[in-house]
Design a protein around this ligand. Structure first.
Ligand SMILES: Cc1cc2nc3c(=O)[nH]c(=O)nc-3n(C[C@H](O)[C@H](O)[C@H](O)COP(=O)(O)OP(=O)(O)OC[C@H]3O[C@@H](n4cnc5c(N)ncnc54)[C@H](O)[C@@H]3O)c2cc1C
Length: 389
């Protein structure tokens, strides 16, 4: 696997070759996987193996962890391409290329060796486990632990957890029993086989088909205190702190990639479908939709890249910009996929038309890394302070 950064010199030629390779992979083999996933309603384990063998799961991680050390802004150019593929392909690439970052800042040397590096190398799978069925996401957490000696005992529920049934560890956020708000929150690496952990696969979803999502419940499941990242009280900082900003930006770029795919399909269809003696591409109404979509996509892409550069430069506004970019990009994706489906006419509403899948997959993006309401809350808090609305 080729490193792209040597002695601080980014190898542009190698990067262009990698982009070409990924674009060809997305249009060819990944499309074949997509059709199989839609048919079988599951992600075959061989897809994980193939993505790992191609080096696509360790693009952004540092070279000393076994990654390809691609700078974040440049990595976004790749996630844009992967997002033109099936949402389950994009999900694997996005999650594995980001989870190490959530753990790394707080990991001890031993935890880095046991969890961070094996995750980059694809030897273990880690599921980000925050959302709860009976609480708001964040300081509202209800999953709790009690400590007895060197062991925490974990009780509570989680749901909607991507890779939650097939992972090796849950990177799970809970609170020390009896604490409130952010105080006492903890980030734990919980062994998937821990006694007292009960795992159920969620029912079939509207989009992102094939990716497993889990409902979890814990009844005094033991977790070694040594598996806690950071200190007691830092759980939410790990879940929502430094990791979330780049992850939101990456999700925002995923919206750009999926919108680009919708636009590609709309242009292709408009060029071949004839009504009343002319192709749709010759009709001004359709041409305007395509022009609006192109403008919308490019505007979102530039805001996403701006947020990424500000994050790389340690700008204090980077968190707000990441929320702005996610909000803008997902709103753009909603508009673009709606117009792209409209251009397809009624047949676009039916499987196996590719736009049907893209439209369903696009809807999921309005939840990932926080809803629009949460992004607006973050932006308003930066502008107006923390006072309750
Ligand atoms: C495909 C998919 C994959 C996912 N993968 C994961 C995963 O791997 N790990 C994980 O932990 N979670 C995962 N989630 C969960 C996702 O992060 C949440 O669905 C999302 O953050 C919203 O939280 P919620 O579902 O609890 O909605 P709720 O908190 O119940 O909110 C419901 C609605 O009310 C709004 N709302 C809630 N609180 C407020 C407020 N204070 N002010 C204004 N509006 C509010 C929300 O914006 C939303 O529109 C996944 C979800 C999906 C769809």
């Amino acid at each position: 696997m080729k490193q792209l950064e040597r002695a601080n010199q980014f190898d542009e030629a190698a990067f262009t070759a990698l982009k070409d390779e990924i674009a060809a992979y997305v249009a060819g083999p990944a499309e074949a996987w997509a059709q199989r996933i839609e048919r079988e309603r599951r992600v075959p384990p061989e897809l994980w193996q193939e993505l790992r063998a191609r080096g696509y799961l360790s693009l952004a991680a540092p070279a000393e962890y076994g990654g390809r050390a691609i700078p974040f802004t440049r990595y976004l150019e790749l996630i844009e391409l992967f997002s033109m593929s099936h949402a389950s392909v994009r999900m694997i690439v996005h999650v594995v290329n980001g989870t190490w970052r959530a753990m790394d800042r707080f990991a001890t040397g031993e935890q880095r060796r046991s969890f961070v590096i094996p995750s980059v190398k694809g030897e273990i799978k880690i599921a980000f486990t925050l959302t709860e069925p009976t609480a708001g996401t964040g300081a509202d957490l209800r999953c709790s632990v009690t400590r007895e000696g060197d062991t925490y005992y974990l009780s509570g529920e989680k749901h909607l957890i991507t890779f939650g049934t097939m992972c090796d560890y849950w990177l799970l956020f809970a609170r020390v029993a009896g604490t409130r708000r952010a105080d006492g929150t903890v980030a734990l690496l919980v062994d998937r086989r821990a006694p007292g952990a009960n795992v159920t696969a969620m029912d079939e979803s509207m989009g992102v088909r094939g990716t497993d999502h889990a409902r979890l419940s814990f009844d005094r499941a033991p977790v070694p205190v040594a598996n806690r990242l950071g200190d007691e009280g830092q759980g939410l900082a790990i879940a929502l702190g430094g990791f979330l900003t780049p992850s939101r930006i990456s999700v925002a770029m995923s919206c750009v990639g999926l919108a680009r795919r919708a636009q590609e399909l709309a242009i292709e269809y408009a060029g071949k479908r004839e009504t009343f003696g002319k192709t749709l591409a010759q009709r001004q109404a359709i041409r305007f939709m395509i022009a609006e979509n192109a403008t919308d996509i490019e505007a979102a892409r530039q805001l996403v890249l701006h947020a990424a550069r500000r994050w790389e430069a340690d700008d204090p506004d980077a968190a707000m910009l990441s929320s702005m970019s996610k909000l803008q990009a997902v709103e753009m994706l909603t508009r673009v996929t709606d117009k792209a489906l409209q251009i397809h006419g009624g047949i676009g509403f039916w499987q196996p038309n590719a736009i049907e899948r893209v439209y369903r997959d696009a809807r999921a993006q309005r939840f990932e890394e926080g809803t629009n309401e949460i992004q607006k809350t973050v932006i308003a808090r930066e502008l107006l302070g923390k006072a309750d609305a």
